[in-house]
Design a protein around this ligand. Sequence first.
Ligand SMILES: Cc1cc2nc3c(=O)[nH]c(=O)nc-3n(C[C@H](O)[C@H](O)[C@H](O)COP(=O)(O)OP(=O)(O)OC[C@H]3O[C@@H](n4cnc5c(N)ncnc54)[C@H](O)[C@@H]3O)c2cc1C
Length: 483
Amino acid sequence: MAIRTREEYIKSLLPYNKKVFTNGDRVTDPLDHPVTRSVVEATAKMFDMANDPEFKDIMVAYSPYINENVNRNVQISRSREDLEMRYKMARLTSQYLGTCNYRCVGQDTTTAMASVTWEMDRDLGTDYNTRLTRFIEKMQREDLACSGAVTDPKGDRGLSVAKSAPEDYLRVVEKKSDGIIVRGAKVHQSGAIAANCTMVIPNQTLQSKDEADIALSFAFSGDTEGITYITQYTPFSAERMEAKDDVYKLGNPLYGQRETCIIVFDNVFIPWENVFMCGEWEYAGKAVERFGKTHRMNCGGACKVGYQDIIIGAAMVLAEYLGVNNKNHVKDKFIDMVAMQQTSWCCAIAAAAYGFEEPLGSGIWMPDDMFGNVAKYNTAHNFWQTMKLAGDIAGGLAVTMPSEKELDNPETAEYIRKYYRAHASAEKRMRMTKVLQNWVAGLHGVGTWQGAGSIEAQRLMIRRLMDSEEYKKLAKIMAGITD
Ligand SMILES: Cc1cc2nc3c(=O)[nH]c(=O)nc-3n(C[C@H](O)[C@H](O)[C@H](O)COP(=O)(O)OP(=O)(O)OC[C@H]3O[C@@H](n4cnc5c(N)ncnc54)[C@H](O)[C@@H]3O)c2cc1C
């Protein structure tokens, strides 16, 4: 069976030939650094889950590409059922990781390209789909952890792509007989430092052939020459570095907040066999839109719902620890949180239920455009509401808490135990409050808002998809107006 174990995955990262920098230092062993280790651990957990009989139904899928069972993380949706299982996996992995599963964007970019390359080959006579199919087969056979690179630096957003500086968008700078040379960067890349490979797609719809150099899709492995990774660095990174192995006091012990990086491509050679779009600017928008709705169903409508499972659970435990779980306003807050969460979940379910083969004949299934986009749109808004309500229940301690280390300090332990005890011990209250701090005072609010595309991207799609004539027609029927 083409499903790797965590040990096989970790071994595949070593020797660690990627050029990775964090907080100004080069990382030579991702397991030896507290921040990068959290990404490896989260990715490894995905392999554990695929090998765990408890999760097998969701984490394993049959693939017609290689006629074998594969890790669902490398599955390409080829039916409505695939779409359903895909969003179920997103929620499940969020519940157990409490952070990004780091294989989601890679899967969704590859699925989008499976659809778009089929269309390009049909319309243009290219052989991109054949190349991509070979890549998918390899990815499935070897169970490769694949990240997804969409977001360009973009520079001055007020300028059109054609008028932007060359470094604002990843572009092809030379075409050779055996491959292409690319230069530029992709930013905010989830989990790329611990991935075996990355699937690159364009960032946005392109307007003319002047922008053809950035109509680019390809796959590369992490140790390709000319590639540099620079990781994000946040107060949570600093806290993790300071804690070293004492990570159980960090709220999400093994897997961290969530880690991204910028990937720099300094004249990188990509062989033609790994190139899936190069210059076909009319198809860039299709790639982005198909990735967008798929990722918005999974990331917006399911992954964040899994996060909300944890947030709501932590707030419920804290309400008990504080002795307020039976107060009416607290019970009301749980009703509100669950109603918002379930609305997002319903959007994911609807997006898959109304999914369809796109394009017809390609064999690739995509979620419904409107439901996919409103899944993310709703979640972006209600995640902040959930953070607000959970923060209300936890009280100020969610942001004022001393270190749990004080409980080991003979000079302060007694004070902490005495003054932070509520209906439960100070130890329990602090440990659970730290879990909640990760969510209500961490990186996930903005992360949820911006991840899978800023909110305006969804508004643009909703505006484009709304059937205004139908709305107006119904209102006129009601009013008895005939034009
Ligand atoms: C936690 C996290 C994980 C991520 N993971 C990945 C990943 O794995 N892979 C990946 O490729 N990307 C990833 N992203 C990137 C994510 O998709 C982008 O952050 C998102 O698309 C927004 O892009 P931006 O950050 O450049 O912000 P911008 O697009 O610059 O948005 C900033 C503001 O400017 C506005 N704006 C921008 N351009 C225009 C314009 N032309 N006209 C009017 N208003 C404009 C926006 O609406 C917004 O209000 C991740 C992001 C986050 C936060």
